[in-house]
Ligand binder design. Structure first.
Ligand code: C2O
Ligand code: CU
Length: 427
């Protein structure tokens, strides 16, 4: 397999396969081509899925359904997904959002692979190490394809007997915010008094708030346990675009009219949102997350980066407008954030652009250390997707433990093609 080259194509712009190669990818790193970091695609798998992508008007299907089928695996298992593009004209890929897979499986058209054109296929094969709630979606013309339903839920369970759970995919269909396809809210069937884990995933472009009619606690954010105290009542939790929040909800002890149910509101008719919002910076108990044992001490970083989001006049596809900038430049006029494996990276993300941006870093999880200059002691809040409101500044830290070229972009999926893309690259 040829080393992958990095081209000017990015997630909002179709990769036509022959775009200008701006620089050689890390095919130049000795022994570190994108493909050398992968498991061989043809080896055995514990979970083996074929997903067939089709166009259906403005929507898309995977194996005939919108969104695609949920994938479930147990931590430690090897998953193989064969993506077949039947007739999606502009090509498709699959990105495993929040899963720290090897770079060659990251599914970014124009960066880690070419997009899969009609009649073609691509085989992803990786071991799932981290328990949690994730999702997958196309990373080719993602603003259209994710909106059109080219995504699905991906749950990694701990070994052993499974506790009761339910997945809730929040999505914007035809201008309406839906939960599992139904506008507004979700009723999870549950026996009276029983406890159920509700896995919320926000596939929409903006932040959403969730709460439940019954008391709940937050178990995990972006796949990492936060082990929050019980119960929360009268407060909502914010779910970043692209982010996931797992709630533990206790069903009411009495069977109410209509049967026992847990209602998770997204703005539906039967419950109105609590005014208060949980502050995840100070909620829960810290979980150490150092997969490699490289030694993660955020107070002594070996790299420090500034990621300042702004806005200025510019052109996209010849169309003038006010577009997004990172440190003053619109992608691709943005320098790479260069790291070495083992680096402890601190990044200051600030936003003075006038709008919120849900920032998503591929292949890594970062711990939020401070917001607007206020530090957290022992933050429990690990993210792969983080809402950065206008006027705010976050300090995050992560360990560079996953070699490759990784996107760090806004998950309001119209924004990447309007400039809001950067890359983290290993030397
Ligand atoms: Cu969920 Cu680069 O995206
Ligand atoms: Cu944005």
């Amino acid at each position: 397999l040829a080393p992958t080259t990095w081209s000017a194509a990015e997630m909002g712009v179709p990769d036509e396969g022959g775009g200008p190669a701006v620089m050689a990818g890390h095919g130049d790193m000795p022994g570190r081509s994108v493909d050398s970091l992968r498991l061989p695609p043809d080896g055995p798998a514990d979970v083996d899925v074929t997903l067939i992508a089709r166009a259906a008007g403005a929507r898309y299907t995977l194996n005939g359904q919108t969104p695609g089928p949920e994938i479930r695996a147990t931590a430690g298992q090897v998953v193989r997904v064969r993506l077949v593009n039947q007739d999606v004209a502009r090509g498709v890929t699959l990105h495993w959002h929040g899963m720290d897979v090897p770079n060659g499986d990251d599914g970014v058209a124009g960066v880690t692979q070419d997009s899969v054109l009609p009649g073609g296929e691509f085989v992803y094969r990786f071991r799932v190490d981290d328990v949690g709630t994730y999702w997958y979606h196309s990373h080719q013309v993602a603003d259209e394809q994710v909106r059109g339903g080219l995504f699905g839920s991906f749950v990694v369970l701990p070994p052993g007997p499974a506790a009761p759970d339910a997945t809730a995919l929040v999505h914007l269909f035809d201008g309406r915010r839906t939960v599992n396809g139904v506008p507004g809210e979700l009723a999870v069937p549950a026996a009276p008094g029983s406890v159920v884990r509700v896995r919320l995933t926000n596939t929409d472009d903006g932040p959403m708030r969730a709460w439940s009619a019954a008391p709940y606690r937050v178990l995990a954010v972006d796949g990492t346990d936060v082990r929050g105290p019980t119960p929360v009542a009268g407060a909502a939790v914010q779910v970043t675009a692209g982010g996931r929040v797992d709630l533990e909800v206790t069903a009411p002890a009495r069977v109410e009219l209509g049967g026992a149910a847990v209602v998770v509101g997204g703005g539906g008719p039967s419950s109105s949102p609590p005014a208060a919002v949980l502050d995840l910076l100070s909620y829960g108990t810290p979980t150490p997350r150092d997969r490699t044992g490289l030694g993660f001490e955020p107070s002594t970083p070996t790299r420090v980066f500034d990621y300042a989001i702004g806005r200025r006049p510019g052109f996209v596809d010849g169309v003038p407008g006010l577009y997004w900038t990172i440190n003053g430049g619109m992608y691709p006029d943005v320098p790479m954030f260069m790291v070495r494996e083992g680096d402890v990276v601190r990044m200051r993300i600030s936003n003075s652009s006038g709008e919120v941006h849900p920032m998503h870093l591929h292949g890594h999880h970062a711990v939020v250390l401070a917001r607007d200059g206020v530090p957290a002691t022992g933050s429990p809040w690990w993210v792969d997707s983080l809402d950065v409101p206008d006027g705010s500044t976050f300090e995050v830290a992560f360990v560079a433990d996953n070699p490759g070229v990784w996107m760090d972009h806004c998950h309001n999926l119209a924004h990447p093609k309007q400039g809001l893309v950067a890359h983290l690259m290993y030397e």
